[in-house]
Design a protein around this ligand. Structure first.
Ligand code: FE
Length: 342
């Protein structure tokens, strides 16, 4: 495990307020994959394969490796058995060996430490560390391009890694991760300064502190989101999100959820923040999963002004007037009344 976090992370705090932002540094190329803990691994894996349409690409002890059809790497998600649900490792692929070294130096300069491991199939050495809220992160560059092992999985075109599944929602990719954090400003300061992300939108509450912030490593409008954890605990997950090709896919997903007994929390509807079309469901282990469609929205402006939403604007609800469901503010994993994971 990485070394304990330093006590004083105040140097990571920064006031990012309605000012032009720089583009992402580019050292972190994109989200590689994320690990999800679940107390019901068989049911959770079935949710990912049968409902979402992912493919199992590996199995190792308590972990199952799964991939979306448009992922070029070995896996998009790792499902690991634990006593309680939650988020495990988030792996970020760096753009070159030099970029990886630069980010390690920047993370260490911020006072956060890490260590090398080599424990994932299809992925080279990973430098495992954590954010200031205690979520596990890993940085890596080496990876193997995945090759379909059977005719059934082989695509018709050479510029696509895998055939589109003929069942389930058939999500294209792991799109973003929304964490809960005790101190959003400090934690996103780390993501911006040490990892090189760009903040694109945020919520500032009436007392002046930041309640949530969206950041990106790419020209997608967001990759990592941090929302304040009302329980004051650390290291928790709000949701993991998968992208569909169309808004219609989200409506079809809602019908599939009805037919197959998947719990719908809220949606389909459109977010005001980031304008994403969404559906939120719970997988059987209790983790919240979002199906999202951002249409073709990209952040191309080199001097994009960070968008700040006020508490009054948030109170209006979602884009077309849907009030934000109360569980959206209270449910995270692990649940606050549960003991920490194994
Ligand atoms: Fe989301």
């Amino acid at each position: 495990m990485p070394n304990p976090l330093p006590e004083n992370l105040s140097t990571l705090k920064r006031m990012v307020a309605d000012t032009p932002t720089r583009p992402p540094l580019g050292d972190v190329a994109h989200i590689g994959h994320a690990q999800l803990f679940t107390p019901t691994p068989a049911a959770t894996v079935a949710f990912f394969t049968d409902f979402l349409g992912l493919t199992v690409s590996g199995q190792d002890g308590e972990s199952t490796y799964l991939r979306t059809w448009d992922d070029y790497e070995h896996h998009s998600v790792v499902v690991t058995e634990r006593a309680t649900p939650g988020i495990g490792r988030t792996a970020l692929r760096c753009s070159s060996p030099e970029a990886l070294e630069r980010r390690i130096e920047a993370v260490e300069a911020s006072g956060v430490h890490g260590e090398w491991t080599n424990d994932e199939p299809g992925i080279g050495p990973l430098w495992v560390t954590q954010d200031p809220d205690g979520h596990e992160f890993a940085l890596y560059h080496e990876t193997e391009y995945w090759e379909a092992p059977s005719d059934e999985l082989r695509p018709g075109l050479k510029n696509q890694p895998q055939a589109k599944p003929g069942h389930g929602v058939a999500v294209r990719r792991l799109d973003h991760i929304n964490y809960l954090a005790r101190d959003v400003e400090t934690t996103t300061g780390y993501v911006i300064d040490a990892l090189g992300a760009r903040p694109t939108e945020q919520i500032r509450l009436d007392d002046g502190h930041i309640g949530a912030r969206w950041s990106t490593f790419t020209q997608k409008s967001y990759d990592l989101v941090y929302t304040e954890d009302w329980t004051g605990s650390t290291g928790r997950l709000h949701h993991l999100a998968f992208a569909t090709d169309t808004r219609e896919d989200i409506l079809r997903a809602a019908d599939l959820a009805l037919d197959t007994g998947v719990f719908i929390e809220t949606g389909p509807h459109k977010h005001a923040i980031q304008q994403t079309f969404f559906l939120y469901v719970y997988e059987p282990g209790g983790n919240r999963i979002e199906l999202c469609n951002p249409l073709t929205r990209l952040i191309l402006a080199p001097d994009w002004p960070l968008i700040t939403w006020t508490e009054a604007e948030r109170a209006k609800g979602q884009a077309w007037g849907l009030k934000t469901i109360s569980s959206f503010h209270t449910h995270g994993t692990p649940r606050f009344d549960e003991p920490p994971g194994l």
